[in-house]
Write a protein that binds this ligand. Structure first.
Ligand SMILES: [Cu+2]
Length: 171
């Protein structure tokens, strides 16, 4: 009885030794176990580390220009009121769920792809102090203004939290 029981193990052992794969297989099994552990750790790290995904947009959230309509004629400088509903308005610096701040893109497209860090330059204005209004000084002519919401670390929420109007600045 005992001898018969041992035979399969011996055979396995011999086969493993013969192709030198015995040790390898053990290592592989360990690696697989370790990999799944690391994987679990990574998933946790993803929600708290520097590469955390852009927070989900709450259903129904939107941004809008409060005082500007598409095609509006306006004199410069002028005040822009930035509206948001369904998602919190907060200062920049810390990543929080369901939260963000406004940006105005001037003649720089209809939105920035989700996750894109909003550039900081003369055509990409940040309102990281949770401002709700801004004064713009634009040259005469047509200008496309886009309100783009982004998370606490300036990553765009994409087209779902963007609004665009074209204004006509009078001479
Ligand atoms: Cu920003």
């Amino acid at each position: 009885m005992r001898k018969i029981d041992l035979i399969p193990f011996l055979l396995l052992g011999l086969m493993a030794c013969n192709d030198g794969g015995g040790a390898k297989e053990e290592v592989n099994a360990d690696t697989a176990a370790a990999a799944s552990t690391v994987d679990t750790l990574h998933h946790h790290a993803d929600t708290s580390g520097a590469i955390a995904p852009v927070p989900e947009i709450p259903a129904g959230a939107k941004v809008f220009f409060v005082n500007l309509k598409n095609g509006q004629k306006i004199k410069s400088p002028f005040k822009v009121e930035m509206g948001v509903s369904g998602i919190a308005l907060d200062t920049a610096g810390v990543l929080k769920p369901a939260s963000g701040h406004h940006h105005i893109l001037i003649d720089a497209g209809d939105s920035l792809a989700t996750g894109t860090v909003v550039p900081k330059d003369s055509t990409h204005l940040h309102f990281g102090n949770a401002q709700k209004s801004a004064e713009l000084n634009l040259t005469p002519g047509e200008h496309k203004l886009t309100l783009q919401y982004a998370d606490g670390i300036h990553r765009s929420y994409g087209s779902k939290l963007a609004a665009t109007v074209t204004v006509n600045v009078q001479k």
